[in-house]
Design a protein around this ligand. Structure first.
Ligand code: NAP
Ligand code: F7E
Length: 324
């Protein structure tokens, strides 16, 4: 009889946590999701799986809670998805962002190292580490030049994961994931902000959409595709870091154009550029080179850019019409 695989997911209440939990359950895992104490639990995204996962209590700011969680659930794999993940907030709360998004990684790595260093560890690294890009497209060897306190914190999380692999021979990997989106994306991120407002405009609930830099370019993929790559990284012979991306880049303006058109609207009649949404330092262009993941993991993106935009708009239109 084979031992069941047991996955602990931090950040399970977030966008990626919900898709990863669904994927791992489909693949026969026992899944525990770590949640921090708040005045009201935000389990909305977990509707489909709540009765099949175990919710455990812990916080990346508190190492004792992490040791307890790892000891009590005894995972075979740990996916560290928890973070203060909104770039804009990282300028308002740089110290908090560093505590959770950077030092939190060390706390969790230490909990694993102390309780059972055989546990496989995934760190959610980010294309924001490339920031003011040194080469186009970006791959695993491209130097980092982060442009926000969030990006800086992720660089720390990335290297401490590499360091624990090299220092303690742990199976620890960083996935350098480019932007990935879905109907479950938080409303503060530009893609969901657009799809959500498109639906409201379509039903006459709003007239305009105020955005910042329309010329910023991102390599946007579908979150459901990206969580498979996380799992693949933890199930190889050797731990390595991988860039996960589509290899295409599109501007915020293009996203608007397609999103509004899907609802029968012209974005130029509704989008207003508002300086309050400009950032102190911008990441102008991101485009990843997923060759290593394509060849080494057999991973590839399945949802195209246009399909992604339309999926998000369709979902928000459906939700909005259901609430009228
Ligand atoms: P998300 O929706 O913002 O989710 C973040 C999760 O972290 C939430 O579950 C949140 O819990 C949890 N969390 C925050 N602070 C915590 C703390 N102190 N202790 C425990 N949990 C805490 O993020 P996502 O889009 O799913 O992204 C998942 C991970 O991938 C993040 O690390 C993000 O930085 C990284 N990443 C994301 C992308 C992307 O495009 N989505 C790309 C590259 C990397 P609450 O519900 O309590 O707030
Ligand atoms: O911004 C521009 C903005 O907030 C994308 C996180 O998941 O991906 C995400 O970070 C672009 C930026 O995502 C608005 O200036 C224009 O250039 O959707 P975003 P992000 O900053 O790329 C990375 C990979 C992560 O790791 C992060 O955790 O869109 N933009 N107007 C706007 N952005 C927002 N949020 N709101 C606007 O009104």
């Amino acid at each position: 009889m084979t031992t069941p695989k047991r996955a602990l997911i931090t950040g399970i209440t977030g966008q990626d946590g919900s898709y990863l939990a669904e994927f791992l359950l489909q693949n026969g895992y026992e899944v525990a999701g770590m949640v921090r104490r708040t005045s009201g639990l935000n389990l909305e995204r977990l509707g489909g799986v709540l009765d099949r996962i175990k919710i455990v209590s812990g916080d990346l700011l508190d190492v004792a809670s992490l040791v307890d969680v790892v000891k009590n659930f005894a995972p075979t794999e740990v996916y560290n998805l928890a973070a203060q993940s909104f770039v804009t907030t990282s300028w308002n709360q740089p110290e908090f962002t560093a505590d959770v998004t950077a030092l939190g990684v060390t706390r969790l790595l230490d909990a694993v190292r102390i309780v059972n260093p055989e546990v496989r560890f995934y760190q959610a690294s980010s294309s924001e580490m490339f920031g003011k890009v040194r080469e186009v497209p970006q791959n695993e060897l491209t130097p980092f030049h982060p442009r926000s306190p969030y990006g800086v914190a992720k660089v720390y999380g990335h290297w401490i994961t590499v360091n624990y692999r090299e220092s303690f021979d742990m199976y620890a990997c960083s996935g350098i994931l480019f932007n990935h989106e879905s109907p479950r994306r938080g409303l503060e991120f530009v893609t969901r902000k657009i799809s959500h407002q498109v639906a409201r405009i379509k039903f006459g609930l709003a007239k305009e959409l105020r955005l910042g830099n329309l010329d910023a370019k991102r390599d946007w993929g579908f979150a459901g595709d990206y969580v498979k790559a996380m799992w693949l990284m933890l199930n190889q012979d050797r731990p390595e870091d991988y860039v996960i991306a589509t290899g295409e880049t599109h501007s915020v303006r293009e996203f608007c154009e397609i999103a509004f058109a899907r609802a029968g609207l012209n974005y130029e009649n509704h989008v207003i550029v508002d300086e309050q949404f400009f950032r102190p330092a911008e990441v102008d262009l991101l485009i990843g080179d997923p060759k290593k993941a394509n060849d080494g993991l057999g991973w590839k993106t399945e949802v195209s850019f246009v399909e992604l935009v339309e999926m998000m708009v369709d979902s928000d239109i459906k939700d909005c019409s259901g609430r009228l």
